[in-house]
Design a protein around this ligand. Sequence first.
Ligand code: ATR
Length: 276
Amino acid sequence: MKIDGKTRFAGVIGWPVNHSLSPVIHNHWCKKYGIDAVYLPLPVQPENLSEVIPALAKMGCVGVNLTIPHKELVLPLIDAVDDVALRVGAVNTIDFKSGKYWGYNTDAYGFWHNIEENTRDLRKDTALVIGAGGAARAVVCALHDAGFQHILIMNRTREKAEILCKLSSQAKVIEWDIATNALEKADFIVNTTSLGMKGEQPLTLALEKCKDNCLVTDIVYTPIATPLLQQAEERGLATINGLGMLLYQAQKAFHHWFGILPDVDETLRRLVLIKE
Ligand code: ATR
């Protein structure tokens, strides 16, 4: 590609950031839609974040994504945050439009859009959320906004699940050890923990108790077919993998910066999987 004085730039701030797949995704879309911009990985230590954000704005940066450990740390630096970012307590996208720092959380959109694009007739009665970390906050907001009547949260550390419950009037904590009842009731199960990720222990649930039309999803996408999803498929349940959440959160960020809602298609999925 040709880079000249008119080329704009965006990027992802993380520490570390070399694992990020966002450059592959956004550079693919810039090329596809003929946008004269590049998207860079930006390794920034947490203690430098408050200097880096204004410096990027002054350099004409279009906007940035934020990943671990910056999503919460960046909040006090932002001029205006959207409703979801405020509720989730984390910003994953900044837009530097009109000299201001606009903060968004596109993770909740990414999570739910991935589900909506891949299902029909999902019963929105009972959702079971496993985990209560940063990612679970976006998931619980998304499930609340999608209209689930009951959002059951189970986490190894119960106190964190109790804090998460405050995000939704529909949410309730259940004990990690006695989830059988919840598994029987669930229309939708989502793993938000790191269990099942490459190098981690698997998450195994008593899925034989589940309803036949229960949908199982995982936000882990390394590997694409996590042990939980494999177990669900063996049980005959519908599954959705976590790659789409990554792609759809990027879609919304790209839209904020460049005004185009880019396609999440097979070419992109293949590209990301090759890189991964
Ligand atoms: P993220 O931002 O990706 O959500 P996080 O905030 O560190 O990451 O949260 C990780 C989640 O995975 C937490 O719910 C954590 O449970 P605890 O709150 O008890 O720490 C969960 N988790 C990580 N390792 C786990 C394990 N071995 N068994 C059960 N839960 C685990």
